[in-house]
Design a protein. Structure first.
Length: 114
């Protein structure tokens, strides 16, 4: 059973930065893709950023130019660098890994105050 553990969430003022990290129980390079999703209160879970096994990345329009997804081979983590945060970025952020199935972490809360 693949385990994913997110960390790095917290409270930050608008305009600030946070770096989320997702630690996996398996080598992250075995997955077809890994991604970050988020879910705000009363809203559906949405895709934020994806990185494939070939290192291709993709972002939701709402975060392009502000967020960067990357993989750290040494730490075996997938990270999400979030800059210029806005109150509308407030959500629980979830890590996802895809192989023959989809695996999810428990989530980490990000709160951006105005």
């Amino acid at each position: 059973q693949v385990q994913l553990v997110e960390s790095g969430g917290g409270l930050v003022q608008a305009g600030g930065s946070l770096r989320l990290s997702c630690a996996a129980s398996e080598n992250i390079f075995i997955f077809r893709a890994m991604a970050w999703y988020r879910q705000a209160p009363g809203k559906e879970r949405e895709l934020v950023a994806t990185i494939t096994s070939g290192d291709s990345t993709d972002y939701a329009d709402s975060v392009k130019g502000r967020f960067t997804i990357s993989r750290d081979k040494g730490k075996n983590t997938v990270d999400l660098q979030m800059n210029s945060l806005k109150p509308e970025d407030t959500a629980v952020y979830y890590c996802n890994a895809e192989d023959y199935s989809y695996h999810w972490g428990q989530g980490t809360q990000v709160t951006v105050s105005s």
